[in-house]
Design a protein around this ligand. Structure first.
Ligand code: GLU
Length: 471
């Protein structure tokens, strides 16, 4: 049997971390078994669903590279099918029309609450005969849940779960206006789309026995269920915006590589020994829904940053460069008049954790800066540095080939001539040319900036030192 999984988001907001993890697990399970991965947009809640949210989900999935092999299917385009199945259940006697008014249901609810009972529909319309009904009167359709017995399933994550049917009431499957409800559309879709594994958040555990009962009424085999525990913030509370838990696309904006996010998400609730780094291939091979953690996992931004740096360091430079394009545009850095960014990526990979930081760090290769880093300037652009800077500038100016070796030669000569330590030349020079106290090795850094620019920046630093001395 072909494995078919699905990701079935409700388009009421962006694709958040929890949703992305569910999508990843579903995608991996399908990939592992050469199966199909369905994308289904559960947009029946028309008041809360928006086109922008649908787009945000599609964008997020695309950025992560979680390609669906079927869909996207939209539930709002399947209303005829849901109506057909409602009619089928009515005919078979597995559903009934309920004419109870809102007022009656409200009164019932209050009475049950007052008696400390769980509020539930009392089944008043369940036994109405045809002659007792006026089908033109406003009504909803309820599913006839079995009155006794129990529903049990082997959850791939949580093990055996059992609900007594007495705990479940006759749920509404179609509203007064005929529109179908969530638990019902999910079953029809999972059935029609031949879903073999439903992997979703464990906030759906209470829905599952209801869904299984509907499957049974339709003489259909329910899929296997895997309910994934929720994600907590680092304070142990349910992950929310407060924790910076944001849309997947915000991770793109912050400068994370999709591969790092995927690697982070796969480990957030699943492990394989103490392995932390997983290539996509390894994930596909090793991921197993039966090994998903039973306990909730806590989000850890430091670990995500660590993974991101790992992937900046180890991914093919062309891939990182490709991902960097968006950030260069976003931060308005035109790199057409300077070194190929591909040359800078390996130089900076050890120094940054995100692509956003990378762009900020390489700006001086392409643009003059308007001011020096205050702390670095205070420490290194002092009057005592003027002589070293003037000397090295003269030597750099005289170079006829502008390469790391010749530049290093000019620095070494300055050190020897003035009989001072390397730092006394190197640090002022670094601050003068890069604006700050941190950069890769000076010889390679300067070699990537053109000679005239380097000289002009040293001159500007000398002016700065003079002005400061005069103050
Ligand atoms: N649409 C549901 C949600 O976004 C998911 C339904 C399911 O996975 O069964 O929570």
């Amino acid at each position: 049997m072909t494995v078919v999984t699905r990701f079935a988001p409700s388009p009421t907001g962006y694709l958040h971390v929890g949703g992305a993890r569910t999508a990843l697990y579903s995608w991996l399970h399908a990939q592992k078994h050469q199966g199909e991965f369905v994308l289904r947009i559960e947009d029946t809640d028309r008041e809360r669903s928006t086109d922008a949210a649908v787009q945000a989900i599609l964008d997020g999935m695309q950025w992560l590279g979680l390609a669906h092999t079927q869909g996207p299917f939209y539930q709002t385009q399947r209303f005829d099918r849901y109506k057909e199945v409602v009619a089928q259940l009515l005919t078979a006697g597995d559903a009934y029309r309920c004419y109870c008014s809102k007022e009656r249901l409200e009164a019932l609810r209050e009475e049950q609450m007052a008696n400390k009972q769980k509020p539930r529909y009392d089944g008043r319309c369940r036994g109405l005969s045809e002659s007792e009904q006026d089908v033109n009167a406003p009504h909803v359709i309820r599913f006839k849940n079995p009155l006794d017995g129990k529903v049990t399933w082997q959850d791939a994550v949580k093990g055996e779960i059992t609900f007594a049917n007495q705990e479940l009431d006759d749920l509404i499957i179609a509203r007064t206006d005929g529109t179908p409800t969530y638990n019902f559309t999910v079953v029809v879709d999972d059935w029609d789309m031949k879903i073999t594994q439903v992997i979703r958040g464990d906030d759906h555990v209470n829905n599952t026995p209801r869904q299984i009962n509907i499957f049974k009424a339709l003489n259909a085999t329910p899929p296997e269920y895997a309910h994934v525990p929720m994600i907590l913030g680092d304070d142990g509370k349910k992950l929310s915006k407060r924790h910076g838990a944001v849309s997947v696309m915000q991770y793109r904006d912050e400068g994370y590589l999709p591969q790092a996010v995927l690697n982070y998400l796969v480990r957030l609730g699943w492990s394989h020994g103490d392995q932390e780094i997983f290539s996509l291939e390894e994930m596909k091979q090793l991921f197993d829904i039966h090994q998903i953690n039973k306990a909730a996992s806590a989000f850890n931004t430091d670990k995500l940053r660590w993974l991101n740096q790992h992937y900046i360091k180890t991914s093919p430079v062309a891939e990182v460069k490709q991902a960097l394009q968006w950030h260069l545009e976003e931060q308005q850095l035109d790199v057409s008049n300077g070194p190929d960014v591909a040359a800078l990526i390996p130089l900076f990979a050890e120094r940054v954790h995100t692509l956003k930081e990378l762009v900020a760090s390489i700006r001086y290769f392409y643009q003059d800066f308007s001011e020096f880093d205050a702390a670095a300037a205070k420490k290194h652009l002092r009057p005592v540095a003027a002589e070293a800077l003037t000397t090295v500038m003269t030597k750099l100016k005289a170079l006829t080939t502008w390469q790391a070796e010749t530049i290093q030669g000019a620095i070494d000569e300055t050190v020897n001539e003035l009989e001072i330590g390397m730092g006394k030349v190197g640090m002022p020079l670094r601050v003068a040319v890069t604006g700050g106290g941190q950069s890769p090795n000076l010889d390679v850094t300067l070699a990537l900036i053109d000679q005239a620019t380097v000289i002009a920046r040293i001159e500007a630093a000398l002016v700065f030192i003079e002005q400061r001395a005069a103050q």
